[in-house]
Design a protein around this ligand. Sequence first.
Ligand code: ADP
Length: 352
Amino acid sequence: MAIGRIISGQSLNEQEETFNVSLRPKSLDECVGQGSVREKLAIAITAARQRSEPLEHILFYGPPGLGKTTLANVVANEMGARIRCSSGPALVKAGDVMGLLSNIGTGDVLFIDEIHRLSTTVEEFIYPAMEEFRVDFTVDSGLHAKTINFPLKRFTLVGATTRAGLLSAPLRSRFGMLYHLEFYDSEELTKILSRSAELLDLHCEEGTLELIADRSRGTPRVANRLLKRVRDYVQVKGSGVLSIGIVQSALEMEQIDPLGLDELDRAVLRALVTVYDGGPAGIDAIAATLGEERDTLEDVVEPYLLQIGFLRRTKRGREVTKAACEHLGLKLHKRKSKKDSDQPELFEQSEK
Ligand code: ADP
């Protein structure tokens, strides 16, 4: 059974997409955080504009919801270029890419999300497109097959991935700029939230946005989603104004704890303790125990738990830390030696 979660950072439904698009910053100045990435981008954009040249290809990588798509749109906006968007799994055949590339103008941005999921055929097809702005496209098949060398306009490919490690070396090396996006601190998230609250015409008492920011696991998409849940709650159960008490009640209802962990995070940690004696346990085994997708655990759950020191990644698998046990109220006991007990126990549970 998969556990639904507010903090997935993935699979936006239509309503959330509309909500997010309207909150998405359009210029570099409107973006909050990621100081060093923004600075490098600003320099590259200014230099390219001064030379009237398209930007080099850019790869953004990092956990979901940190702003990869947003930055791709910002780059296009700042360059005064059009953006065409697709994603790795959607581009199956060379013809799918050809459809996109043949319509692209000079300086336009081609954004490919989840670029690590491109098929090898498509990947090899886009190498010459990225490097020499031409593609060899085969039309017809069998005896009548012929290859047409198709020149392209000089475009900028912006790739986004949650798993830079899965990108093949040849594809990786064709990007001129590779930027890792970091989790946001509480102050940055509060700024993002106050911009969003203003756009949504929300009235907030002092300290309320900080409270939401602290529970947003360093991720703007989570922050905006929580704000939306709180907005609904306040509208139905409160006076329309965000107060500390009502925000706390709304977050409690969503089962978001003071560190921003939700039921799935807690389930992962609990499974490690109760089923795997604290670990190490393989990610596939944990995913199978919880009935979740391995990708969801790796992309969405793990990065934050690693970041806050609740999980350790070792060669033999994932291990829970003492800090995580303390947070969950699981008592950590040293494994008894074999001679003390025939059935050694790592942890004794006394969950809060
Ligand atoms: P990703 O592509 O990395 O999954 P997105 O670009 O879709 O993440 O970002 C998710 C949402 O978070 C956006 O819709 C936007 O509202 C917000 N967001 C992301 N980065 C920023 C930022 N730097 N400043 C303000 N809001 C941001």
